[in-house]
Design a protein around this ligand. Structure first.
Ligand SMILES: *Cc1c(COP(=O)(O)O)cnc(C)c1O
Length: 365
């Protein structure tokens, strides 16, 4: 069976070597030496000044909102075309998500539709870099500056992506990365925040560790979101191989491109100008093709190939939010159309090109 993704791992001995000294130090979590080393290495790789590691991406996102300390019931403009984590983070922090539609070229927030949604309760824009395509960061900054809003990016898909040579970690007030096992770079479970204001550093430290500040005083109602030494060690190893990982994915993506381009009724992900991508996913959108997305999904499955309907359903169409007035998928018709017609094909660094041929054969047959 071929799954939509398969986690990359360092060599067994490389990881064992990396964790060996933990048997001497017995320092297994709470910002030990592996944690420090990975933070430093990631700041280098992502070319950013401020970065904090997290136990996962979701809690990192919640901590960004907690740090900003918005009044309850404030509104955050976001998109429904994302993983449910983005929406849940807003709601779990006592805020109201207001859904903006996406554009149909790269599935990120449609910047022309943001301003209409701004009210006197709006405090932030939480935009999502989708499939490694970046949001229109310049337009978003202009709107946010004009209306005095914070900008937060869900950058879970954008590790290593840059725009005009500037790292995705440098846009907005803060960005969240996920280092979940299925992402391009991973620590098994893990994540990070990057941020522009270095004053935030102490607040993230405090929120991440039960609200305990640098003097040992409990100054915030914080949770526990620390990354362990074993997870950090996995990150140190994986980061050594990240360029090779992305290059292999590039080769596979280009092979898909060569088979699926110029097919009437199949839209490939757009190649953004001035953006260096990371090839995290290979989505295709069916639009007037001879078979529907669901028919292709079933056909692939019958052949042992597990593609994924990702993102589907939309975040404004999931069960737990049914009936809420701000959750109405008819208000985001482009996102709805993409969600109903998108299929993410298997993509991981050691995927054989023959399998890619087979997958494309099934789709095209
Ligand atoms: C993976 C992902 C998350 C959540 O990250 P975790 O590390 O799994 O908590 C959030 N948003 C998007 C878009 C993601 O793909």
């Amino acid at each position: 069976m071929i799954n939509v993704t398969r986690s990359s791992m360092p060599g067994y001995h490389e990881y064992c070597e990396e964790i060996k000294d933990l048997w001497d130090s017995r320092w297994l979590t709470n910002m030990g030496s592996k944690h420090k080393e990975l933070e430093t290495n990631l700041k280098d790789y992502l070319k950013c000044e401020n970065l904090k590691l997290y136990t996962n991406g979701h809690l990192a996102l919640e901590n960004i909102l907690e740090l900003m300390d918005f009044p309850k019931d404030s509104e955050v403009i976001t998109t429904p075309y994302t993983f449910i984590s983005t929406t849940h983070a807003i709601v779990r922090c006592g805020l109201t998500p207001i859904f903006c539609d996406v554009n149909d070229s790269d599935y990120t927030i449609d910047v022309n539709k943001i301003e209409n949604l701004i009210t006197d309760k709006t405090v932030a824009i939480m935009a999502v870099h989708v499939y490694g395509s970046l949001c229109d960061v310049e337009a978003i900054k202009k709107i946010a500056d004009k209306h005095n809003l914070k900008v937060i990016y869900d950058a879970a898909h954008a590790f290593g992506v840059s725009y005009k040579g500037v790292s995705s970690a440098c846009f907005g007030d803060a960005s969240m990365y996920s280092f979940h096992a299925t992402k391009v770079f991973h620590t098994v479970e893990g994540g990070a925040v990057t941020f522009s204001n270095s004053d935030y550093e102490n607040v993230f430290n405090t929120l991440r560790s039960f609200g305990t500040d640098s003097n040992g005083e409990i100054t915030k109602v914080g949770g526990n979101a620390k990354m362990s030494e074993f997870h950090a060690a996995m990150g140190i190893c994986n980061l050594r191989h990240i360029d090779e990982e992305i290059n292999k994915r590039k080769t596979i993506s280009e092979h898909y491109d060569s088979k699926l381009k110029n097919i009437s009724g199949i839209t490939l992900m757009c190649k953004q100008k001035d953006v260096q991508p990371n090839y995290i996913y290979y989505p295709i959108v069916f639009d007037g093709y001879k078979y529907t997305r669901d028919e292709i999904f079933v056909k692939l499955k019958e052949n042992g190939i597990m593609a994924r309907k990702y993102f589907y359903p939309l975040c404004n169409d999931v069960q737990c939010y049914q009936g809420l007035p701000n959750f109405d998928k008819s208000k985001t018709p482009i996102a709805e159309r993409i969600a109903n017609n998108v299929l993410t094909l298997p993509l991981y660094s050691d995927l054989d090109l023959c399998i890619v041929d087979k997958i494309c054969g099934i789709i095209l047959e």
